[in-house]
Write a protein that binds this ligand. Structure first.
Ligand code: FES
Length: 88
């Protein structure tokens, strides 16, 4: 089976999480069961690699959940341009 380069859209809003300082691997393929962090699922279906992220201090992070952000792994509100998006 050919691997895809297309990330999977998980959600049409940012994923806000209070993060502790540390190193993380953002799931750029959208297939992880530990969204938004890589669990190795990309190895099976895609040629997409996780994005390493260093969080330097405790704060709320707005992770991209649609994988269309131009500022991956962070939300830039690109989800608002996708079909199915509904404003609050
Ligand atoms: S599981 Fe998605 S990048 Fe690793």
């Amino acid at each position: 089976m050919d691997k895809t380069s297309e990330p999977k859209i998980r959600g049409l809003k940012s994923l806000r999480l209070l993060m502790e300082p540390g190193e993380y691997k953002y799931c750029a393929c959208g297939r992880s069961k530990n969204n938004p962090f890589c669990d190795g699922s990309h190895l099976e279906a895609t040629d997409i690699k996780p994005i390493p992220v260093m969080i330097k201090f405790k704060h709320e992070v707005k992770w991209c959940d649609c994988r269309k952000s131009k500022k991956l792994p962070f939300c830039d509100h690109s989800h608002r341009e996708l079909p199915g998006y509904q404003p609050k």
